[in-house]
Write a protein that binds this ligand. Structure first.
Ligand code: COA
Ligand code: AMP
Length: 633
């Protein structure tokens, strides 16, 4: 490992105040900070206290004021609607400042919450930046969630306004948002909440008189407003993510630390220059979309691509190559699942040959474990460095990566390389002692976390402490387990909780169990994440019905699948479920989920010494075989 990465890393952890002050000086502040790192309420740390900043100003106004108004800020490419559009920085600023004016006119102000339930269209970016402009706290809800999930988020953050669209578009299916939105507002039980709805031509939604307004009319009549100077510590957004129960965690992001960290990451992690074209092929509903479709590329002065399509089927596995060549994309960021899908449809990479991909310098992958085969396939077909990097909704930007802007370290397929400057990553055993190189343990990050990471959970400081800080005092618990090898490379192996990763989407099996358990006549159930060659993992449910219940198994299975789709949403991808007579348990009644998962994945397993009834495992083996597990999944 050369001195470059090492020296930057050492500086960042030995002198974090100097390191982050230098990074912060690259942004525009209305008032400089009093303290870079405020430890007065440790372990609740704050960055850049006393500083005043506006994220929207840094993402738009300052580029226009610097004479770059004609540079393309956003390219919208939507194969599902056959639409393409470009927005310059000046145009985007105009739309955002006017829409911010419309929100302000309707009483939305600093600290108000605004839910954004919208698909991958430019108006969603306008909505996010308009909130940032006036200090309203946005909370984007992914379109693949059902109305119950939306209702939970409404109840938790109590929005002053909801911004939505008439529909999202999935290949072959128009997803009507309005019925889901109306049901969610009813279900939340907070009374009517004003909505502004963007009507898409694919499906016009009926508006409710006195509550809903038409986006186009609102935007046309709006007057622009300037940016509000916010405290660096003011929340920019809340993004809900799966916790270990049905109650999602409202991850809070501040303004100052977030802008500083993202701006730093563009050059140092992604090796990007201002005016480069950056494409994160994700969704604005996820953290990757927040950070690397919207905020980081714009703060850094790049052109960002907003792609409303899939890696395959819109129209084929050459879709990504078309976008890269058409817009001269310099850096592509997506989830390994997308590449597994492309490889499945085009194993020899033949579709690559029709496109000029010479602009592409690097491919970054994150969101789930990247299997070496997928990484090597991408590397050999693209002929560029393929960088696996590891992060979480909570951190907002990468914890471990090969920082190509500092120094490209040798790639070890299967490892996201080393800790990013600013993060003191450690691997601890159950008693809190660091484990030796190569030994698996719980991956933690020494406090304080660097800027840009979550300062807390929305109005739940206690949950923040108990979920992340109490297990190992002085450390943040990532929830991932793995090891660090003798070269300092990290290997992320699995979660220590019930979170699974399906097509790069983070889901809680505990939440699915809650849904199954509430189904009529279900006595008990377990949901495990089984390996899948396309999506990484898939949820699989095992259900025990109450004795004496009149059971039509096929009907029940269909009902359970439907129920999870209705309550959590299609994104849960819950399609595998089987009915069993009993679940294997320890003598103390703990369900042996880990053993069932090993059986489903075809791994060696030992019958636990504490098992209550060994015969129950044989039954599980038969039930899983009925679903094709273990198999070539
Ligand atoms: N709105 C409504 N429904 C959505 C949705 C959205 N925004 N996104 C996904 N869904 C639906 C899908 O249509 C699908 O529904 P179906 O069960 O009726 O087919 C379901 O949710 C599951 O979606 P997904 O798991 O994504 O599977 P898929 O078969 O539609 O697509 C891939 C498979 C690999 C093409 C797709 O998962 C993909 O592009 N993955 C890239 C990963 C990614 O972007 N991750 C984000 C984090 S970086
Ligand atoms: P999310 O909060 O949706 O971004 O999901 C975060 C979780 O995804 C992490 O805690 C990991 O379990 C997993 N994850 C993300 N990136 C990687 C990666 N590069 N390698 C392994 N797991 C990853």
């Amino acid at each position: 490992m050369s001195e470059d990465y090492r020296s930057v890393y050492r500086f960042s952890v030995e002198q974090p105040v100097e390191f982050w002050a230098a990074a912060a000086s690259e942004l525009a502040w209305s008032k400089p900070w009093d303290e870079v790192l405020d430890a007065s309420h440790a372990p609740m740390y704050r960055w850049f206290t006393g500083g005043k900043i506006n994220t929207c100003y840094n993402a738009l106004d300052r580029h226009v004021e610097a004479g770059n108004g004609e540079r393309t800020a956003l390219i919208y490419d939507s194969p599902v609607t056959d639409t393409k559009a470009r927005y310059s920085y000046a145009q985007l600023l105009d739309e955002v400042s006017r829409f911010a004016g419309a929100l302000a006119e309707r009483g939305v102000s600093r600290g108000s919450r605004v839910i954004i339930y919208m698909p991958m269209i430019p108006q969603t970016v306008v909505a996010m930046l308009a909130c940032a402009r006036i200090g309203a706290i946005h909370s984007v809800v992914f379109g693949g969630f059902a109305s119950d999930e939306l209702a939970t988020r409404i109840r938790d953050c109590k929005p002053a306004m909801i911004l939505s669209a008439s529909c999202g578009i999935e290949p072959g299916r128009v997803v009507e948002y309005k019925p889901l939105l109306d049901a969610a507002i009813d279900g939340a039980g907070l009374g009517e909440i004003p909505c502004i709805v963007f009507q898409r031509p694919q499906c016009e939604a009926p508006l409710i008189d006195g509550r809903d307004e038409d986006w186009a009319a609102v935007a046309d009549a709006a007057q622009p407003v300037p940016c509000v100077a916010l405290d660096a510590t003011d929340p920019l957004y809340i993004l809900y993510t799966s916790g270990t129960t049905g109650e999602p965690k409202g991850v809070v992001r501040d303004n100052g630390g977030h802008a500083v960290a993202l701006n730093w990451s563009m050059r140092n992690i992604y090796g990007i220059k201002p005016a480069d074209v950056f494409w994160a092929a994700s969704d604005v509903g996820w953290v990757v979309g927040h950070s690397y479709i919207v905020y980081a590329p714009l703060i850094y002065g790049c052109t960002t691509v907003l792609y409303e399509g899939k890696p395959v089927g819109t129209p084929d596995a050459g879709a990504f190559w078309r976008v890269v060549s058409e817009y001269g994309v310099n850096c592509l960021f997506t989830a390994p699942t997308a590449f597994r899908a492309i490889r499945r449809d085009d194993p020899a990479g033949e579709l690559l040959h029709g496109y000029d991909l010479s602009s592409l310098r690097t491919l970054f992958l994150a969101g789930e474990r990247c299997d070496p085969g997928t990484l090597e396939w991408a590397q050999s077909n693209l002929g560029i460095p393929v960088i696996d990097h590891w992060w979480q909704t909570e951190t907002g930007w990468p914890v471990a990566a090969n920082c190509v802007g500092i120094e490209l370290l040798p790639v070890k397929p299967g490892s996201p390389t080393c800790a990013v400057p600013g993060y003191r990553v450690a691997v601890l055993d159950e008693s809190g002692e660091p484990v030796a190189a190569g030994e698996t343990g719980n991956i933690v990050i020494g406090l304080p976390l660097p800027p840009g990471t979550l300062p807390t959970l929305w109005q739940k400081d206690d949950r923040y402490r108990s979920s992340y800080l109490e297990r190992y005092p002085g450390y943040y618990l990532t929830g991932d387990s793995g090891y660090c090898d003798s070269d300092g490379y990290l290997w992320i192996m699995s979660r220590i909780d019930d979170i699974i990763n399906v097509a790069g989407h983070r889901l809680s099996t505990g939440q699915m169990e809650e849904v199954l358990a509430s189904f009529p006549n279900v006595a008990e159930c377990a949901v495990i994440g089984v390996e899948d060659s396309l999506k990484g993992q898939l949820p699989l449910g095992l259900v025990v019905m109450q004795s004496g219940a009149d059971v039509d198994e096929e009907e029940i299975r269909a009902g359970l699948v439907r129920r999870v789709r209705e309550v959590i949403g299609p994104v849960a991808a819950f399609k595998l479920v089987t009915i069993v007579d009993r679940l294997p348990k320890t003598r103390s009644g703990k369900v042996l989920r880990g053993t069932m998962k090993k059986i489903a994945d075809g791994q060696q397993f030992k019958i636990p010494a504490t098992i209550d009834d060994p015969a129950s495992l044989a039954e599980i083996e038969r039930a899983l075989a009925g679903l094709g597990y273990p198999g070539d999944n």
